[in-house]
Design a protein around this ligand. Structure first.
Ligand code: TMP
Length: 236
């Protein structure tokens, strides 16, 4: 499969068209940003780790009935995926209080919550991805009621599957962000990526952060954390 034209360049990935109008090639970058692009840097080796890790997790999710955009891994950094139009929502699932939820609600990081929390943010960089609820989503026509019902159900399945899988690797899944896309026939499938860029992973024994928070918060050991998660995942 050959790359044709650069369709889109995001903060962490480039997306290319191919000869097949239904197929795109995603090429991961080592570039890292945080705070809506305000903080910029590089995480050496991230592209290969995120590509392969995301593909492995999507493969696992497919076996559990979650449809994904994954077609085929082409090399360490590149993957062929189904072309979708992205539903402009960041779908966030939270098991333990951390990050922006901790700030917003005054719950110290690490606080266990009685229930899993589902949040939506409107994907709009100019607005800083503001949080929205179902009323906003329907009022702005970002998704239909059926689409959102499907999205919520898939998001909880993703949480259950990944949480169980990671538990065996001695990793707690604190929270994560996923995105969905519509195929040409209107089916909603899981798209984008699942990686230490988009999840909070804490070592179950030590509580050590094994994700992009190390970059966001200048904690050091960023590359080592990505490598550690990857090693546990691939050794499994
Ligand atoms: P938050 O606590 O900063 O809202 O982040 C919640 C989860 O979403 C966390 O696992 C990190 C992930 N995330 C992204 O993938 N992209 C983003 O732009 C942000 C802000 C968070």
């Amino acid at each position: 499969m050959e790359k044709k034209e650069l369709l889109y360049e995001g903060k962490a990935k480039k997306v290319f068209t191919t000869d097949d109008p239904e197929v795109l090639i995603v090429s991961y970058k080592d570039d890292a940003t945080a705070f809506n692009g305000l903080k910029k840097g590089t995480i050496e080796g991230k592209s290969a780790i995120n590509n392969q890790m995301s593909n492995n997790l999507m493969k696992l999710l497919e076996t559990k009935g979650v449809p994904t955009h994954l077609i085929e891994e082409l090399n360490e950094r590149e993957t062929a995926v189904r072309r979708v139009s992205i539903v402009p929502l960041e779908v966030i699932v939270r098991n333990v209080a951390a990050g922006s939820l901790s700030k917003r609600l005054g719950l110290p990081e690490g606080t266990m919550m009685k229930r899993t929390v589902l949040e939506y943010c409107y994907k709009n960089d100019d607005l800083g991805d503001p949080m929205v609820n179902e009323y906003h989503i329907y009022a702005m026509d970002l998704a239909t009621e059926q689409e959102l019902a499907d999205i919520a159900k898939m998001a909880f399945t993703v949480n259950d599957v990944l949480r169980n899988y990671l538990k065996d690797l001695n990793i707690d899944l604190i929270d994560f962000k996923i995105e969905f896309g519509r195929t040409s026939d209107g089916t909603v499938i899981l798209a984008d990526e699942i990686s230490p860029d988009t999840c909070r992973f804490w070592d179950s024994s030590t509580g050590e952060k094994l994700d992009k928070d190390r970059f966001r918060r200048d904690m050091g050991g960023v590359e080592d954390a990505y490598q550690e998660v990857f090693k546990r995942l691939m050794g499994h």
